[in-house]
Design a protein around this ligand. Structure first.
Ligand SMILES: NC(=O)C1=CN([C@@H]2O[C@H](COP(=O)(O)OP(=O)(O)OC[C@H]3O[C@@H](n4cnc5c(N)ncnc54)[C@H](O)[C@@H]3O)[C@@H](O)[C@H]2O)C=CC1
Ligand SMILES: O=C(O)[C@H]1O[C@H](OP(=O)(O)OP(=O)(O)OC[C@H]2O[C@@H](n3ccc(=O)[nH]c3=O)[C@H](O)[C@@H]2O)[C@H](O)[C@@H](O)[C@@H]1O
Length: 432
């Protein structure tokens, strides 16, 4: 099949590369020329384990990136993988979706045969049918359900594990109202279902249901982490190890072991914005989402609790403090809503001289905080530091040992349970 993907970000690039790997011919449209050039040169425009190899194999060959929307005319189906960030009031900003839908409509205006438009981005129920479809119809001068079809196909992959998650999903959700749309999605995904190690469920549902399934999935996971963080905070007050508690409750299959790691909380490009969007959408219909609000409140409090623990052991005014980990989680250079941001801001408020270290996210963080110091290694960050805040659970931090000896004061506040307690270290875990 000939598939097009609009947007070459964390999702667009990953799915475009995978579609090429599965044997489809792929056109990837983005407005950013640097991104387009990178893909055509066989280089991944983002850091994602394994993506360089996949783009190296297909970029500029069966995967061609372009800034020209007209190229989608040669394709059978277009996946819109455009950003849906938060607006100031928490609602979703649909500017990129609207611009993409209009450009796509203009392109398929000139197309003779049928096309399938698939919304891959995370959008509030009703967006595909009430916002995207009318824009495509107007720009194309065509009617949905006749000259083109529409579907919603949410994505559940995680950054850092994107390639494996996309290849082996638990489920593939088809939100579609027509057989034509479902048939085309089948033709796109059949090679993936055949290649998958597991046996992914194909969920055939309505468009609005597909949109909501995505928010429900993320809201459940984010709330699960906040719940274990809440329990962890109580554990800490009683000197109980929240990780031992989590391991035990995980044995109940109704709870399970995933997303039970307590600590400094969830960040990233999706949980925070999706929790904002679904709470905003609920309020739009006069529903007060008290539990989702509480999950966000618990999450917002975790960095403050970490800073309070630091305050119990050190006055950091005018002192060097290392922040280990800047990415919102290991395996990615993504710093969107990383917990490192409130930690750095809190340290600055306390007058500390912050030195940050991350194996891959430093350059992204430098744009956000150009004035703090960045170290080339964890060892350099720790040297002469009066305290260290562990914010991201990169494996390399677990291997740190004699590096702590070079600290001016060996105070370690661990927000992710990666450092072992040891003699000579003043160690505080956030929930253990
Ligand atoms: N990042 C993730 O792990 C996941 C993201 N999602 C959803 O996927 C959507 C996309 O997210 P990301 O890939 O993280 O976004 P991103 O911000 O990484 O990438 C978006 C890309 O779209 C391009 N773009 C912006 N406007 C454009 C336009 N008018 N035409 C063509 N290209 C344009 C940008 O240049 C950028 O390369 C969001 O709705 C997100 O919630 C869903 C599951 C996982
Ligand atoms: O919609 C999205 O974009 C994606 O959002 C999350 O994926 P992602 O944000 O990439 O990363 P996660 O592994 O879910 O981690 C999110 C945050 O939760 C934190 N986390 C995760 C697990 C845990 O037990 N404890 C915990 O604090 C991580 O450190 C990280 O800050 C979901 O897991 C994906 O299914 C979804 O597709």
């Amino acid at each position: 099949m000939h598939v097009s993907v609009v947007g070459s970000g964390y999702i667009g690039t990953t799915i475009a590369a995978w579609f090429a790997e599965l044997g489809h011919t792929v056109t990837n449209v983005d407005i950013d020329e640097d991104v387009v050039d990178a893909i055509n040169a066989g280089e991944a425009p983002i850091h994602e384990p394994g993506l360089d190899e996949l783009i190296g194999d297909h970029g500029g060959d069966t995967l061609v990136a372009t800034t020209d929307y007209a190229d989608v005319r040669d394709t059978d189906v277009t996946f819109l993988a455009l950003p849906t960030p938060s607006e100031a009031d928490g609602g979703i900003d649909l500017a990129a979706m609207k611009a993409g839908a209009e450009s796509l409509g203009e392109a398929i205006a000139e197309k003779d045969d049928e096309h399938l438009v698939v919304v891959k981005s995370t959008v509030i129920p009703g967006t595909t049918e009430d916002v995207v479809t009318p824009i495509v119809e107007d720009a194309a001068g065509k009617t949905a359900g006749e000259a083109f079809h529409v579907a919603m196909n949410p994505e559940f992959l995680r950054e850092g594990f994107a390639l494996g998650d996309f290849r082996d999903p638990d489920k593939i959700v088809y939100g579609a109202e027509s057989d034509a749309a479902r048939d085309t999605l089948d033709r796109v995904y059949d090679p993936l279902v055949e290649a998958a190690d597991g046996d992914p469920a194909i969920v055939e549902t309505g468009i609005k249901e597909a949109e909501m399934i995505k928010y429900a999935n993320n809201a459940f996971l984010a709330t699960k982490i906040s719940l274990i963080n809440e329990i962890g905070n109580v554990c800490k007050e009683y000197g109980v190890d929240a990780y031992e508690v989590a391991d035990a409750i995980a044995l109940d299959h109704r709870i399970d072991e995933h997303f039970l790691r307590s600590g400094v909380g969830w960040g990233g490009s999706c949980f925070p914005k999706d929790m904002n969007a679904i709470r905003h959408a609920a309020r739009d219909r006069d529903y007060d989402p008290v539990l989702l609000d509480a999950a966000v409140a618990v999450n917002d409090r975790q960095p403050e609790r970490m800073l309070d623990l630091l305050g119990d052991h050190a006055d950091v005014e005018g002192k060097r403090v290392a922040v280990l980990g800047l990415a919102f989680k290991p395996g990615t250079d993504d710093i969107r809503y990383t917990r490192a941001i409130p930690i750095i801001e809190g340290l600055q408020d306390r007058g500390a001289d912050v030195v940050g270290y991350d194996p891959v996210a430093t350059e992204n963080m430098r744009e956000k905080f150009p004035d703090i110091e960045y170290a080339d290694s964890a060892a350099d960050a720790l040297a002469d530091a009066h305290a260290a805040m562990v914010v991201t659970d990169w494996d390399e931090f677990a291997a740190l040992n004699t590096e702590f000896d070079a600290m001016a004061d060996p105070v370690v506040i661990d927000g992710r349970r990666v450092i072992e307690r040891r003699d000579g270290l003043t160690y505080e875990g956030l929930t253990w």
